[in-house]
Each structure stands twice: as C-alpha cells, then as structure tokens.
Unconditional design. Structure first.
Length: 258
C-alpha cells in the first residue's frame, strides 16, 4: 500500500481552500541557483580531473615509448644514432625519476652501455659512462644497482688503466666508476678494490723529484690525475673505520720511507 504524503499546512486549515500558499522568494531562487551551480562546478571539476588523468597517462606512455626507442637505438650501426640515443637517455635519467621503467629494463640498459663502452669512440664512451652512473642513481642503493655496478666495473677498469685510450674517456670512466660504487657497493672488499683501481692511476701522476707541480707537467696527465684523485676521495667518505685506518697506515708508511 503506497505511503500517504504529508502536507505541512500553515494556519491549521484542513481543506484545500484554506491552504496557505507560500510565495517563491528571490532568496529561495538564489539558493537553488547556487546549489545547481555548485553541483555543476563539482561535476565539471571531476570531469577535468578525469581528463587530466587520461592526458597524463597518455603522456607517460608516449614518454616511455620514446625511451624504449632510445634504448633500441643504442644498438644501431650508426655512431650518430647511438650518440643521439645516449644523449636522450642521459637527459631523461637526469631530469625525471623512472625507477619502475628502469628496473624492468636494467639488464638491457647495462648491455647497451657495455657495448657502447667497448665498441664506441671517445665521445660515445664518455656519454655511456655518464648514463651508467645515472642508471645506478635511479636504482638507488639496491641489489639491482649493485649488479649493474659489478657488471660494468671490469670494463671501467680496463678503460681507466689503458694509456692508449683518450684522457677524456678515462676521466669519465673514473667519475662514473666512483659514483656507481658510492651508490651501489655494499661490501668493503668491493669498495677497497674500486679504490685501488683509481689509486693505481693517480699515484703514477705523482710529482718527480725534479718537478714543482704535484702531478707530472703535462695537462693531460694532470687532469687525469686530478679526476681519479677526486673520484677516490669520494669513496674515502664512505670507508668504514677499519679500511680508513688501513689506508692511512699505508700512506703514512710510504711517506716515512720516502
């Protein structure tokens, strides 16, 4: 049985003819209009947010599509194309956090960097080294970044100690090796080994008895010595006390002998 609707009749009259009719005031109209406007505004706001979410998602998909293209292009036969791809990755990794994207592709990225370091010429090697350090930074202190570091360290060491390689490339590899180790190394032996690689380079640049400069009097040797020394001192800041003591004892003993 349908429920009867109750009326609120002012004046207490029971008949239709006695019902008081309340006029629709301007104030009521204003409130109702505001209510409609508010409701419309909320709906519009939600719609705008939905559109923004869709646009952002589409934009992210386009962005990742370009990045995938850069990764693929690092394997191109053309050195110019590889350089452009590495520059694209360098710019992307240094301007935006891409952890999830990189995590899924870290093996492919590591392989691409390794290939560019081995096969490329000086400019390509320098950019590849920079991308390697950014890759570790993006992954942070994790097992994945440690894998990247350990995978690339032998290549960095080979380039760093090869005197036939350009100084610019060796400097870039020294910096990248130190940054990757700083971020990813979780073992004191890995840290110490990396420091010895850098140390082997800058110690050969020490002054000789007949020289006044702290490094050999050639610009290339000086810049390489300084770069490897700076990289070495970066790692010195994260040395545990036991390794720090060992290093200090080594240098104090060496100076005492001299």
């Amino acid at each position: 049985m349908p429920r009867s609707k109750k009326r609120n009749n002012k004046g207490g009259g029971g008949g239709r003819q006695n019902r008081a009719v309340q006029p629709f005031s301007d104030e009521d109209a204003s409130i109702e209009t505001m209510s409609h406007c508010s409701s419309f505004s909320d709906s519009t706001s939600l719609a705008d947010e939905a559109i923004e979410d869709v646009d952002e998602e589409a934009s992210q998909e386009d962005y990742e599509y370009k990045l995938r293209g850069f990764i693929d292009s690092t394997l191109d036969k053309s050195a110019k194309v590889r350089l452009s791809a590495l520059e694209g990755l360098k710019s992307a990794f240094s301007s935006k956090i891409l952890y999830d994207f990189i995590l899924e592709r870290r093996v492919t990225l590591t392989d691409s960097i390794e290939r560019c370091l081995k096969k490329g010429k000086s400019e390509e090697q320098c950019i590849a080294a920079h991308v390697a350090s950014l890759l570790c930074i993006q992954l942070g202190s994790s097992i994945e970044s440690e894998e990247v570091f350990k995978g690339l360290r032998p290549i960095f060491k080979t380039i760093l100690t090869d005197e036939s390689v350009s100084v610019q490339t060796r400097r870039a590899c020294a910096t990248s090796l130190a940054v990757c180790c700083y971020v990813a190394a979780d073992d004191i032996e890995d840290l110490h080994l990396t420091m010895t690689y850098l140390e082997s380079v800058f110690t050969t640049s020490y002054q000789k008895e007949d020289q006044t400069d702290c490094f050999n009097n050639t610009h290339t040797t000086t810049t390489l010595g300084i770069s490897t020394l700076v990289a070495w001192t970066l790692l010195l800041t994260i040395c545990p006390p036991s390794l720090m003591k060992k290093i200090f004892q080594t240098y104090v003993h060496s100076n005492a002998v001299v």
